[in-house]
Ligand binder design. Structure first.
Ligand SMILES: Cc1cc2nc3c(=O)[nH]c(=O)nc-3n(C[C@H](O)[C@H](O)[C@H](O)COP(=O)(O)OP(=O)(O)OC[C@H]3O[C@@H](n4cnc5c(N)ncnc54)[C@H](O)[C@@H]3O)c2cc1C
Length: 486
């Protein structure tokens, strides 16, 4: 009997658990999920919690009953260290966890494994910018509780506008190396929609504050679409949307300090600036979960397994090289650790080989470049590929991971709403293939024009609402349709 331990029950960890249980559960093998939160969260809909259109209960559900029904062993705990060679008392690889459930809070335990999947997602690194985040002077929508607080503060701003006070709302990213610009983009237009619905749009100045060098970059170096014979860039397409909704933008910005109502930032030209605000939702930069690793003798080997960012190094080419030498093949395919053949990392937890956007640094040496996004769909696809590889190895059908899910060979679809519901709002939908552009194959655009689309329109927000219900339906382990393609 083999045991697979999955660290994290977010989009990638939960997807891996569902597939492993499907493939191995009835064959006597064991799937263990370790995650500190008792709830599953459909993070993309936190945007709607952040504008008061959804409650926490609409985007979460308790994991324990779902796993109990599936036959997955769920431990509400956080992983703190891995012992991939075992320790002095046992040769079996182990992971050390610390319980977070009220009844066992603080207790530690070692769980032995045959295969380990690190799906711990991002650590929200608010500390990178002094004053950033809910413990500082800005709000966030990264977790449902952050989003609830953002909604409360937004209502206060709306009340002030109703009372005749003009307000400035700044939405974007809180550090030069942030990723997830798409989420900030989507929140901007939901806030704009909400304020319009409240009848106070004329009292609000809305500013999109980003580390992107141009609008529409989204951390993937932008896109080009063919529309009725014309080639449109995502820059032009996105700028049009900002102009239409009267949203001002600040580009190439690195927030280096935030005070009450004031952002201190540097731009790519090296100039320092100050921006005052009444409401600011700024996403933090991400790092890995900061797991430690030890060899059998107890010597720390964290740096051998994890990148300095805390993300796990997998089968990517991490050789430092200039932008013009980046290749699609640098990106990982099987997500197996470089050092241990039974350790994998999926979703945000794996260390990317480099950015996707062109790297940029200010004359002062400040890096102001979006980090590569690993959005929901690719996270799910790589989790499924890893689950299938592990199942085959456990069953003796393969001796190494055979399922590939390179971001240079997969597409991604994104629907960014502006408003919620069947009758109110619009959305921007984008699809691209591949996520990591292949400049060798398509030197002009990076991706085939036939494989990218962008639409702005009414039907999109139906799609987003539908997706919300479909993803939650499927995450609860219900039968039928699957959102991860073969
Ligand atoms: C506001 C917002 C909106 C977004 N909208 C979209 C969208 O519209 N479309 C899209 O495709 N993507 C979207 N994304 C991105 C998407 O949420 C991520 O791509 C996805 O959640 C990544 O999956 P993951 O499994 O790697 O991480 P997560 O889903 O974050 O899961 C990580 C899991 O690991 C657990 N964990 C953390 N530390 C430990 C530890 N030490 N031990 C064990 N477990 C641990 C966490 O509790 C969590 O369960 C959005 C992101 C944000 C923040």
């Amino acid at each position: 009997m083999a045991r697979v331990v999955i660290l994290g029950a977010g989009i990638s960890g939960h997807t891996a658990a569902q597939h492993l249980q499907r493939l191995l559960g009835k064959k006597g093998h064991e799937v263990v999920v370790v995650s500190p939160n008792s709830q599953w969260n459909w993070i993309p809909s936190n945007i709607w919690v952040g504008v008061g259109q959804m409650a926490k209960e609409d985007v979460t559900f308790p994991l324990a009953p779902v796993y109990a029904k599936m036959g997955v062993d769920f431990r509400q705990a956080k992983a703190v260290a891995i012992w991939p060679e075992g320790d002095a008392s046992s040769e079996r690889p182990q992971v050390e966890v610390e319980f977070t459930s009220p009844e066992r809070a603080g207790q530690r335990e070692r769980i032995e494994y045959d295969y380990l999947i690190n799906a711990t997602g991002p650590k929200l690194n608010f500390g990178a910018t002094p004053g950033l985040g809910p413990d500082g002077h800005t709000v966030s929508v990264c977790t449902y509780s952050h989003a609830e607080e953002a909604s409360k503060k937004l209502q206060e701003v709306i009340a002030r506008m109703k009372a005749g006070q003009r307000q400035r709302l700044v939405i974007g990213v809180g550090h030069g190396t942030c990723t997830c610009e798409g989420a900030a983009f989507e929140y901007t237009f939901n806030v704009e929609h909400e304020i319009r619905q409240a009848g106070v749009r004329h009292m609000a100045e809305i500013v999109y504050f980003t580390n992107e060098n141009e609008l529409g970059d989204f951390g993937v170096g932008g896109m080009s679409f063919m529309q009725q014979g014309f080639v449109t860039t995502s820059q032009l397409w996105t700028e049009s949307l900002f102009r239409e909704r009267d949203v001002r933008w600040i580009l190439g910005a690195h927030a280096h300090r935030i005070e009450e109502g004031r952002i201190h930032y540097e731009t790519l030209d090296g100039e320092d600036h100050v921006l005052d605000f009444d409401f600011a939702m700024l996403l933090p930069p991400f790092r890995g979960a900061d797991l430690q690793a030890f060899d059998r003798a107890g010597e720390e080997i964290t740096g051998d397994i994890f990148a300095p960012s805390g993300f796990l190094k997998v089968d990517a080419d991490y050789t430092p090289k200039p932008y013009d030498q980046w290749r699609a093949e640098d990106w990982p395919k099987t997500y197996v650790s470089q050092k241990y053949a039974n350790v994998f990392a999926v979703g945000i937890a794996f260390a990317p080989p480099h950015q996707i956007s062109v790297p940029r640094t200010s004359p002062k040496g400040t890096v102001i470049t979006p980090a590569p996004p690993r959005t929901g769909m690719p996270s799910g696809i790589m989790a499924r590929a890893v689950a299938e590889s592990i199942a085959e190895m456990i069953e003796g059908k393969a001796s190494s991971p055979e399922h590939h899910a390179s971001m240079a060979e997969m597409g991604a679809a994104c629907v960014a709403s502006a408003g919620k519901g069947w009758t109110k709002g619009t959305a921007a939908s984008m699809t691209m293939f591949p996520v990591v552009p292949d400049y060798q194959k398509y030197p002009e655009y990076g991706r085939s024009l036939k494989d990218t689309t962008g639409e702005l329109g009414l039907a999109g927000h139906w799609m987003k609402t539908l997706l919300h219900h479909m993803f939650i339906y499927k995450a609860k382990g219900r039968p039928g349709w699957s959102f991860i393609p073969e």
